[in-house]
Structures are given as C-alpha cells and as structure tokens.
Design a protein around this ligand. Structure first.
Ligand code: SF4
Length: 273
C-alpha cells in the first residue's frame, strides 16, 4: 500500500531533518518560541471558526467574529509561554484581532457561500501520496446566481520562513496543481488566491508549470531522504534561533537506532521548560 505523507511534515523536513525527527518521529513536546509561529497557529484556529460558523452554521458575523477572536486569544495565550519576543507578541496579538475584525472586507456575508474548507487533496509523488489542503473555497454570487464564480483560497505563513525561497509555495503549488486538473470539469469559472495570515491578499497567478515541477522534485527528494532515515541538521543559525528544540539539539540524534534512554531524557528536559 502507498504511504501518505502530510505536506506539513515534509515541509518540516525541508526546514531541518533533525527538527522533523524530534517533532514527527520522536513526538517530543513542542512549544513554539517564535512569535510569528504563535501568531500563525492562533490564526489557524480563528480561520477555522470563521469558515465553520459562517459556512456551515450560517451564523451572524457578530457571533462568528467574536467566537473567532476568543479562539485566537485562547490559543495565543496557551502557546506563547516559551516565547521571549515580548514586543513582537504584543504587536501580533493586536494585529490578529484587527485581521479577524476586518474579515468582512473579504466576504460578502449576504451573497458569498463557503463551500469547503480544510479539504484534503492528494498528489502522487513516486510510489507515495502527499496530503495537503485546500483551505477554503468560496462561491461568489456577486453579480447574480447565474454568474457564479468559485474562489479557492490557500493560506500561507509567508513571514515565518521568508528566508526559504519559494518554501511557502509548496502548499500553494499543490493546490494550484489540483485546481488546474479539475478546472474544466467545474460548472462555473474559478480562480485561486493565496492569502497570508498577515493580511496581505495576493493573486496566486505567478505559478508556472515549471515551478510546480520543481516543487514536486523538492518533495520527492525529501520523501526519499525520510524513507532512507537520513536526518541532517540544517546549517543556518537563523533557523536554529527560532527552533523550539535548540536547547536539546545534539548531532548524535541523527543516528538511526536511538537508545530509549536518550529519548526519555530529552523528553523530560523539554517537559521541564
Ligand atoms: S536546533 Fe537547528 S539543527 Fe537542531 S533541530 Fe532545530 S533547526 Fe535543526
């Protein structure tokens, strides 16, 4: 049977092989230390509430905006205990609440419909499949019902990992690949937009087939390395500074068969932070 890899896990591998091992194979306690990462995680919860309550439950914006703001605040406080970037945290906390409160700039609550969110899509990659997500599909009824348009949306965290060229676009690329495949079978015209959690909407119209092929090649290479159990640490100081495992990270964890006592001891250490 083919193995299914989650895109988020492969992206973590591309960030750093050792990081992937700590997080996905050894399943170590994970508490983010980067303010940007905390912001994105909290915004994911808020977006989930907005899409669910607006799309499925058809609640009034007043209700879903306040629920989303509550979810954002709760997650933000829960996961920010290890972060020392106090100024940045304050700024992002405010920015998140402003973004949530201005969500009606993006949607027309009386006409638009959320048709899907967090929809899993699968891309074949050698003998495996990569699972990624279509974050949102909105049906625009702006003109009249006979002129509907489908708008697919991918959310990206373009500041957290901005130093990795094209990194964010792996998710956008797979979504675009999928949408292009189904485009001609859809009843209404569609477009694909990617939006940053930091509130800078952009049309994702620059992705070329060539880039998609490069993205698939990057993913294919990462899967081959994961299957060969190669866990190379990255060599970037900037990445290590924003990594929650930096206090326990040790190159000896690259070896294939780790003694249980080593893993128990780093788990204990991380739980104590
Ligand atoms: S501290 Fe650096 S090398 Fe170690 S897991 Fe984190 S990013 Fe990788």
């Amino acid at each position: 049977m083919s193995t299914i890899y989650k895109l988020e896990a492969i992206e973590d591998y591309i960030f750093c092989g050792l990081y992937y091992r700590y997080k996905h194979e050894l399943d170590l306690p994970y508490k983010p230390i980067s303010a940007n990462e905390i912001f994105v995680e909290a915004m994911k919860d808020a977006v989930f509430i907005i899409a669910n309550e607006w799309g499925l439950k058809r609640k009034h914006p007043r209700a879903f905006i306040s629920d989303a703001a509550e979810a954002f605040k709760e997650k933000f406080s829960e996961i920010s205990v290890n972060c020392r970037e106090t100024d940045r945290l304050v700024e992002l906390y405010a920015q998140g609440l402003i973004s949530i409160n201005t969500v009606l700039d993006y949607i027309n609550i009386t006409k638009d419909v959320v048709a899907l969110f967090n929809y899993p899509i699968y891309t074949k990659c050698n003998d495996s499949f990569i699972e990624s997500k279509l974050d949102l599909m909105v049906i625009r009824n702006d003109k009249n019902r006979s002129k509907r348009e489908y708008e697919f949306v991918s959310f990206i965290d373009d500041k957290t990992y901005k130093y990795i060229q094209n990194y964010d676009n792996l998710k956008v690329g797979l979504a675009r690949n999928f949408i292009e495949d189904i485009d001609l079978k859809l009843e209404y015209p569609c477009n694909h937009r990617y939006m940053s959690y930091f509130g800078h909407p952009r049309l994702a119209n620059k992705l070329s087939k060539r880039y998609l092929n490069i993205a698939l090649q990057i993913l294919e290479n990462a899967i081959s390395m994961i299957e060969a159990q190669v866990y190379l640490p990255n060599s970037s100081k900037a990445k290590c500074n924003s990594c929650p495992f930096n206090k326990i990270c040790d190159q000896r964890f690259v070896i294939k068969d780790l003694p249980d006592s080593w893993v128990d001891s780093i788990r204990k250490e991380l739980n104590e932070y």
